[in-house]
Structures are given as C-alpha cells and as structure tokens.
Design a binder for this molecule. Structure first.
Ligand code: ADP
Ligand code: ZN
Length: 772
C-alpha cells in the first residue's frame, strides 16, 4: 500500500489548492459571514468559495450539492466545507441548495479528497464518481433492462385494455406487444416499437401490469442446492488456526490488514463468511469486494444463503433498484454490501470488516477517472474506520505479498485443500516441439487430446481455456503481406465466423471480411491464429460424440446466458466447457477432471511488466478449477515458451518460488512493488501533435529529474504499444520513482502543461495497470 495513503499531506499536483481541512457541519454556532467551499465536476483540483446568504445557511451542510454561477453558466457543485476567509473578496452567492440530506458523509469527503490528490484528478470528479448516477442525477435514466408481463397482480381483460387505449395509448401498445411475447423483451426494443418511454413503463409497473427486470442474472434466483450452503461448516484445523488469528485481530482497536494466502479450494470463502458473522456479532458491518459480480455467481449465492441483510451492488442495476439499495444502505437496513470495486464507496456506516476476494485481480483498478485501485481505497477506508481488511487469494499480487514479507500485513497461509484433495498435476506441452513432431501446427496437442479422451470416456468433464474470442485474430494477404486493420485503430481485425464479420476488439468497429486483398487485389486472403470460436469448431470435429458449450462475451450476450450456461454445465448437460477469462475464476465443479490451457502465451507476450505475473496467476487460477472432487484432476498447459519461469512455477504450484524470482527482476528494474509508476498518455487526431506535446512534457520532466535528483526516471516519450485507437494517435511517458511523493512532485511540475487542449488530450494514470 502506498504509505501516503495515510498521510494527507503528501505533495500532489494540486493539493496546494485545497486549503480547507475542517468541515463545519453544524450551522448553529456560526458567526455572521460564512463562505462555502465548493468543488465542481471538472478536471481541475480547485476549491471555489461562494457566499451563503442567511436564508440558505440552515439548509446547507457539507456533502450536499449546490447551484452556483460558474463562468457564464449555472451549474451544480458539491459543498465540501466552510470557511470564514475566502480566497477573494469578490465571491458570488450560492443560488440554491439541491439536496435535503448530504449525498456523502465526512468519511467520503476525506476519501474523495485523497483520491483527487493521489490520482491527480478533480475533487469534484472524484465525488461524482463515488455516487451512482441515479442517486446523483434527475435526468431521464437510460436503462438496458428487460420488461415482462406481470401475470400475478392484475388480470388484463379486454375492458381494461380498451380503457387504456383511450387514456394511455402508448402504454396499451406496450401491453399488446407483451401479450404476444411469452418471455421478457428488452426495454430498449419495447420503447422503440411502442413509443412508450421509460416513465410510461414505470407507471405500468406501478399499476401492476409489468415487471421491470435488471439485465444481470440474479444469482439468488437460480435453483441450486442452497441449503447445503446455509450452515457454517466445521472448520478444518488449518482453517481454525487462521480463524483464531483473524478473530484476535478483529477484536483489536486498530485491526490492520491480513493477507490470506490460500490455495484454490482451501476454504477461504468459508473463512470470510464466518468472519462476517463475528463482525456482525460485534455490531459492525461488512463490505465484501469481488472482482466482478457477474463472474462470481457461486460466491454471491453463498453469501446470500447465509445472511439476510445483504445488498448486492451491480453496476447495471435497474435505476430505481440501485437508488433504493443505496438508500437502504444509508439508512442502516443493510449489514453486508457485496459488489465490485465501486462498492468500496457504499454509504455503509460502522464498517468493521472489508474483504477483498481475489485481491490480485486487475478489475480492482478503475480505468477511467478517478483511476483508483479499490484495494488501496479499502485500506484507506478501513484505517479511517478502524476496520479489519482481509485480502484473500491463491496468487497474491506482488504489491500485497511484499507488504506481507516486510511485516506490514499479517500473512496467513492455507496450504491444504479441503478434504486433503491434491492440487492437480500440471503437464506443460512444448508446442514448438509438437509442431516439429507433427510437421505442422495443431491447436490441440496430442497430449491434451489424449487426456480429453480419457476424461470424457469416464463421463467426467473438461474445461478448456483460451484468452481470445472470435475465430481468427489476424487476416492477411499471403501475396503482398497486407494485414486487415481497423480503420480507426492500428489493430488487426478479428474474424467472427458466426456473424460473418470482422470486428475491432478495441473500438467495436465492424467490417465485411474482404473477398480479395484490398491492396493487391489477389485472391489470397488468409486467416491466421485462433480464438474460442475456432476452437469450438475444432473440438466439434475432433469430439463429435460430446457436447461443448462456449462462454465468451460473444456467446453470452443474452440475458442470464452466463448463469444458465454454468447451471447446465453443472448438471452435466455438457461435457466440455470452453471459455475466456470469464471461466477462470471461482467455479467449483467436482466432476471437472481436466483443464486445458490452449495457449499460455497470449498474455506472456504482452509488452507489460506484469505479463509474467498475470500468466502465473492465470494458470494457477484455471488449474484451480479441477481436482475439486474426489476424482482428482489434471491440467495441460500448451505453450511455445514452456521453460518460462511463470509457467514452470505455476506448473509446480510454487508461488513462493515464482515470487522470489519475479521480485528480483522487479527490484533490478525498479518496477512496483519497489518503484512507483505513473503513466501519461497523449492522444491526438494528428500524430505529430501527440508526439510534439509528449516531447515538450518529457523534456520538462527530464529537467525536473535533474534538479530534484530524487531518482525520478523518465521513460519515453514513445509511441504507446497501441499506437492508434479510435482515430487518436497515442504517445506516452512513464515516470518511475522510489515513492509516491516524488511522482506527485513531478506531476505537479508539469500540471499546467497537462491541461487538455483542442488538439491533444492527456491522461494521467498513477499506479497504472494498463500499459498498452
Ligand atoms: P476457496 O475460497 O479457498 O477456493 P472455498 O471456501 O470455496 O475455498 O472451499 C472449497 C470447497 O470446500 C467448497 O465447496 C466449500 O463448501 C468446502 N469447504 C470449505 N470449508 C469447509 C469445511 N470446513 N468443511 C467442509 N467443507 C468445506
Ligand atoms: Zn478499432
């Protein structure tokens, strides 16, 4: 964890602008002249002062929105505090107070202020990001949910419909459409054909004619064996020892942070659940972060089966549902909030426990403003609230692991699988050798095929993993070498066979697959490489007597598809499950005795200092999907780099070995967890503008590096690995230092130059995960 997390004085590009430290929330004892400190949702970390006329004072506290004159407009801002000493004596008046109760409390004011200074964004931007849009805006909501007839509350007879046709013809139309649709229909589609807008649909819901449903599958509604999940299990000796340590921590006034390093299937989730029970007994509440809600249905089920007052926050929640959940949490009706990264901002009071499941996951990092990492925010929040943080994983991030090594985090190890089940043996297949032996490339190696036949013959199940969707990721001309690229991005188009189209996986541009080469006109277009769609074909050919289900974002577009597919696989309706990272996490199917990693090289070859770490994590995670039952299991990993340490250590289930080696490399190159990084990306429709700007900023940074002598290392400017995305050319600079303070000082030094102009946009990413 960045130490500056706890140190609000860390220098930052803008923190000098933020003067106020005290938030006066009681208006009773205020002297005469009072000014409100207001921030607005713009990329500028500045606090503005406005005078508050006496009639508004009663109604205004920090955390509320106010209407203010700003430039020549009237906009909404957030009141973050009060002062008696304005920056200028020409302050303008606040026009009105928008909220009756504060949207955020003092804790969130503090956290958002830290967000803005650490991640270099506006305080107003940070506040806007922690409040769900529905809570914040009165704008018409856009909703991607589904509508179906409500057949329980009211019967829809002829007269009612006729009556409605006169009074509300569009709503009547909706009902007519729904009568023809036995299942649900997408709200978007319904709005389009009926002409009835969202408020109309809501009225219909109120009257009991329809049910509006959220898009995401609700794990709680699926008919699985819930009862076996309800009871606390008797802990194993290893779990009990861990639980005793956790318990002791939980009782302390400043509990700190636990890294729960437990191999897959070692019973971490069970420990989380029992710890939550303890926290609730102490009268505290809990936040449970998961990498992605839709990908962890089994975990959500287990939580819901065991506890009552649970709120599951999806990013995709139906507007009104999200709002009411938010209010329920705020009003203290909820004990446990479960959700993805933004749930760390949930307005839960009295949080005593924060669980971060799969703490190593990249999804905890937000890739737009504010570019925060929920893991760091969790620690900040827990420190403010004196809560215990438990980070659990089978493959700790090197950041967390090094904190455990140096004693900042308490490390607890779970080294055994429940029921003394063994971790599966991992076979590495050298694909280079395979090509030589078989005089050609075969996606499925002989060894993988052999083991698949064995498992399938025993009526067991197989999971195949490939981190690439589509049919072929590369279309080129054999004659002239032309490569079909996106017209907006400098990225090859992927061929999708089912839709007979080519897609850009970055900007979603679509184009017809060319019949002949667009360049030399020869009839020699060739499809190279493979994605999940092609593997599916291959498997169907090779295993015609077995059923396969493919799970990737192409095949899982329909509502509930994900949950349905998993349920069908669990019931044994399919023998083979093929998928992308969607299936790497958290699945627990005892009948799966073989996992095949089609290519371990997709991530390993990325130009990213975390490529080895991510490869190790991925192999370990997918390997964890097998050997969970009594039948044992096996993993086959195919790679052209079979001797790479990330693969060999993963195959040996040796996290420590991997971490030792990887930490050595990181130390040599001063990459995190040793050095700290920030990345600046310059984007422009004109390549030379992006280049020019990056070189000016780069020069300035290098100058600063010389003066400060604070071991500031500047890499670049250079073209980003993805040189063009969405018609914007991209250049970047990487800053590497010993600590966050130096990063902030450096960024402060160029803050003025980073203001976006018409021709060049800039993006600052502190502690970046995305290096492309
Ligand atoms: P992890 O989260 O480390 O992958 P889980 O908590 O999911 O592990 O446990 C793996 C399996 O073992 C689950 O099916 C779980 O229900 C079961 N399990 C966990 N703890 C116990 C226990 N103490 N006794 C019996 N079964 C357990
Ligand atoms: Zn594109």
């Amino acid at each position: 964890m960045p130490t500056s997390l706890l140190n609000q004085n860390s220098p930052s590009p803008y923190s000098t602008d933020i003067k106020s430290e005290t938030h006066i929330t009681s208006t009773n004892q205020l002297p005469q002249k009072l000014y409100a400190e207001v921030v607005v949702n713009i990329p500028l970390n500045k606090v503005f002062h406005y005078s508050v006329s006496p009639h508004l004072r009663e109604n205004l506290t920090a955390g509320m929105r106010v209407k203010i004159p700003f430039g020549n407009k009237i906009i909404a801002g957030f009141c973050v505090g009060f002062t008696h000493t304005p920056f200028t004596d020409k302050t303008k008046d606040i026009i009105g107070v928008i909220d009756k109760i504060p949207l955020i409390d003092d804790l969130m004011l503090k956290i958002t202020k830290w967000l803005s200074s650490h991640y270099c964004c506006g305080w107003g931007e940070a506040i806007s990001a922690v409040i769900p849009p529905v809570v914040r805006s009165k704008k018409k909501e856009k909703w991607n949910g589904f509508v179906r007839r409500n057949e329980h509350t009211v019967t829809l007879d002829h007269d009612t419909l006729l009556n409605m046709k006169v009074r509300a013809p569009k709503q009547a139309k909706v009902l007519e459409i729904l009568l023809e649709h036995p299942t649900e229909i997408s709200a978007k589609e319904l709005i389009r054909i009926s002409g009835c807008k969202m408020p109309g649909l809501r009225q219909l819901e109120k009257k009991g004619f329809v049910i509006l449903e959220n898009k995401l599958p609700d794990a709680a509604n699926t008919p699985r064996t819930i009862d076996r999940l309800q009871q606390h299990l008797t802990l194993t000796q290893e779990q009990q020892n861990a639980f005793d340590i956790i318990n002791k921590k939980l009782e302390q006034p400043k509990p700190g942070i636990i890294l729960l390093h437990g191999i897959t299937g070692s019973g971490k989730t069970e420990l989380y659940l029992q710890t939550i029970t303890k926290a609730l007994e102490y009268g505290r509440k809990a936040i449970y972060l998961v990498p992605e809600i839709s990908l962890t249905p089994q975990t959500i089920q287990r939580i819901k089966a065991r506890f009552d007052k649970v709120a599951v926050l999806h990013s995709n929640l139906l507007g009104t549902v999200h709002q009411s959940q938010w209010n329920d949490i705020k009003e203290g009706k909820v004990d446990i909030v479960v959700g993805a990264r933004s749930s760390i901002f949930a307005p839960l009071k009295n949080v005593g426990l924060i669980i971060i499941d799969e703490e190593h996951e990249n999804t905890y990092k937000q890739e737009n403003i504010p570019r925060y990492n929920a893991r760091d925010i969790a620690i900040l929040r827990a420190t403010c609230e004196n809560a215990l943080v438990i980070m659990g994983t089978a493959t700790p991030s090197l950041e967390s692991y090094s904190q455990a090594l140096n004693g900042s985090y308490e490390k607890i190890v779970l080294s055994k699988r429940i029921g003394e089940r063994q971790l599966p043996p991992v076979d590495i297949v050298d694909m280079g050798e395979e090509v030589r032996k078989r005089r050609g490339y075969n996606i499925i190696s002989q060894r993988l095929q052999y083991y698949m036949n064995q498992s399938l013959a025993r009526n067991e199940q197989v999971i195949l993993f490939l981190n690439r969707r589509g049919f072929a990721p590369y279309i080129h001309c054999k004659r002239c070498g032309f490569v079909l690229k996106c017209h907006r991005c400098d990225i090859p188009m992927t061929f999708h066979k089912k839709f007979n189209t080519t897609l850009c996986h970055y900007c979603h541009a679509e184009a017809h697959p060319p019949e002949s080469c667009p360049d030399c006109l020869a009839n020699t277009m060739n499809y190279r490489g493979f994605g999940t769609e092609k593997i599916e074909d291959e498997i169907k050919n090779k295993f015609p007597n077995h059923t396969i289900i493919r799970m990737d974002s192409d095949s899982m577009r329909v509502r509930d598809a994900h949950e349905k597919a998993l349920t069908a696989f669990e019931r044994g309706e399919f023998q083979i499950l093929l998928g992308t990272q969607m299936i790497a996490k958290g699945l627990d199917f005892p009948n799966v005795t073989l996992v095949g990693v089609i290519s371990a090289d997709t991530i390993l070859n990325l130009p990213d200092f975390r490529a080895s770490e991510r490869t190790f994590q991925l192999i370990s995670q997918v390997a964890g999907r097998t050997g969970r039952g009594t039948k044992g299991g096996r993993v086959v990993v195919q790679s052209f780099n079979p001797r790479h340490y990330s693969i060999t250590y993963a195959a040996a289930h040796d996290y420590e070995g991997f971490a030792r080696k990887e930490l050595e490399y990181r130390k040599q190159l001063n990459y995190p967890p040793f050095g700290k990084l920030a990345r600046i990306v310059f984007r422009s429709p004109q390549e030379n503008k992006a280049k020019e700007k990056s070189s000016i900023v780069g020069d300035k940074l290098k100058e600063l590096a010389k003066i400060n002598g604070n071991h500031l290392e500047i890499l670049g400017p250079s073209p980003a690995p993805m040189t063009k995305i969405n018609n914007l050319f991209r250049w970047h600079i990487l800053l590497k230092t010993q600590d966050h303070a130096s990063i902030h000082t450096a960024l402060h030094g160029v803050a003025d130059m980073l203001k976006p102009t018409k021709s060049v946009q800039t993006m600052v990413d502190v502690d970046p995960y995305m290096m492309l």
